[in-house]
Each structure stands twice: as C-alpha cells, then as structure tokens.
Design a protein around this ligand. Structure first.
Ligand SMILES: C[S@@+](CC[C@H](N)C(=O)[O-])C[C@H]1O[C@@H](n2cnc3c(N)ncnc32)[C@H](O)[C@@H]1O
Length: 209
C-alpha cells in the first residue's frame, strides 16, 4: 500500500501530517489509518467497502482512498451537490474515475437521509469494513450516521469520528463510552488521538466485536 501521508499531501487532504494548499491544519490521522489498514482491514485489492461522510472542497480524501484501496468500493456522502460534482471532476482529471467510487447526496442531519445512506451501503454487496464521519461535525449527526451504519459494519471493522475538537462534537466521546459501558455496543478496541497543541482527542474510533 502506498504511504497514506504521501497521498494526503498529493491530493490535498488535511488527514496527513504535512501542510496542504487549502491552509487547513494537518491532523495526522494517516498514521492511525495506516495502522488499521495493515493490521485489521482487508488487503487493498480485496473486495471490501468503506464509507466516508464529507467530501470536502477538493475531494482529497476520495482520491486518497481510491488510490490506496483499488479493490474496495468507496462510498462518499455529502449534502452539497457541488462537492459531489467536484469529486467526479477530480476523479476524471486524475484518471482515477472508477465504478467503485459512489457519490451519495444526503444530509446527515436528516434521519430519513441517514437511513437512506444505510440502505444504499447495504445494497453494495461487499462487506463494510470502515466508516469515517468527517461531515458536519455535530454530535446529532454523529448519532444519526452511527445508527444508520453500525449494524452493517463487519466484525473487526472500524467506525471513526474525525475532528472531535470541533465545537459541536464534545458530547460524542462520552456518548460512545457510555454506550460501550452499558453493553449496547460490542467493541473490541477504542482508539483516540489528539493533534499537537490540543488536549482533547480529535479522533475517536471503535472496532466492532
Ligand atoms: C471537512 S470537509 C470533509 C473533508 C474530507 N473528508 C477530507 O478528509 O479531505 C466536511 C464536508 O462535510 C460536508 N457536510 C457538512 N454538513 C453535512 C451534512 N449535514 N450532511 C452531509 N455532508 C455534510 C461538507 O459539505 C464538506 O464537504
């Protein structure tokens, strides 16, 4: 697998450790993703599936996942039609267009839309191994997305919340911990990571047991 940090820089997403032209602060999440991809998740050429909520202005993460995981189906969700269009253009321009990348127009603050994403993802037959919530960064959206997708996640797969340092996310980690403690979620591993200069975790992830 190619270095995710190199790909983050090449495609301009803030998931890496290096500054990208958008000016967004690099978050250094790539080391977490490299670790779970090497240790826990199917080979990049195998039939597997992931979802990322939030495409972003330049579709950097869609390009990164499409390059790193050529055999996987990649479902990218956004409520902004222009982001979906830009993703399609970026995939064409970089010659990475592929029937394995699916854009879904959905507002994850709307329970009906969140449910529709769950149904769409279930309809793509390969097993779901990874969900990344990097969308609206609110606790309510975290809960709706999680309720729609957790049941489809393969045992051993990871569900990741990015950017918990954003203002509206402070309830997400305590909510997740409470659900685990109350036994509502069977979880193998919990991971959280802070970005330099912040003492609150910016990434939290749970692995399904
Ligand atoms: C931080 S950007 C995503 C960056 C991208 N994942 C990356 O790593 O490069 C957040 C994206 O979430 C989308 N978004 C915000 N609120 C949303 C919502 N309620 N439903 C779906 N997408 C939303 C925005 O349109 C934006 O494209």
């Amino acid at each position: 697998m190619q270095s995710l940090d190199d790909l983050a820089e090449r495609f301009g997403t803030d998931k890496g450790t290096r500054q990208v032209p958008s000016g967004l602060v690099p978050k250094g999440y790539t080391s977490f993703y490299e670790r779970i991809l090497r240790r826990d998740l199917p080979d990049p050429w195998r039939s597997a599936k992931m979802v990322e909520i939030g495409i972003g202005a330049h579709a950097g993460s869609a390009l990164l996942w499409r390059t790193a995981l050529p055999g996987w189906q990649i479902v990218m969700v956004d409520y902004d039609r222009r982001k979906l269009r830009r993703m399609e253009q970026a995939l064409e321009v970089t010659r990475l267009a592929s029937p394995n990348v699916h854009g879904v127009l959905a507002d994850m603050s709307d329970p009906v839309d969140a449910e529709r994403v769950g149904v769409f993802v279930d309809g793509k037959r390969s097993p779901l191994w990874l969900v990344i919530d990097d969308g609206g960064h609110t606790h309510e959206q975290h809960v709706l997305g999680f309720e729609a997708l957790w049941s489809s996640l393969h045992v051993g797969g990871w569900y990741v919340f990015e950017d918990l340092h954003a203002a509206d996310c402070s309830r997400t980690l305590p909510w997740l911990e409470a659900q685990i403690q109350e036994g509502d979620l069977e979880v193998l591993e919990v991971w959280s990571q802070a970005i330099p200069g912040r003492d609150v975790p910016s990434l939290a992830a749970v692995r399904k047991a």
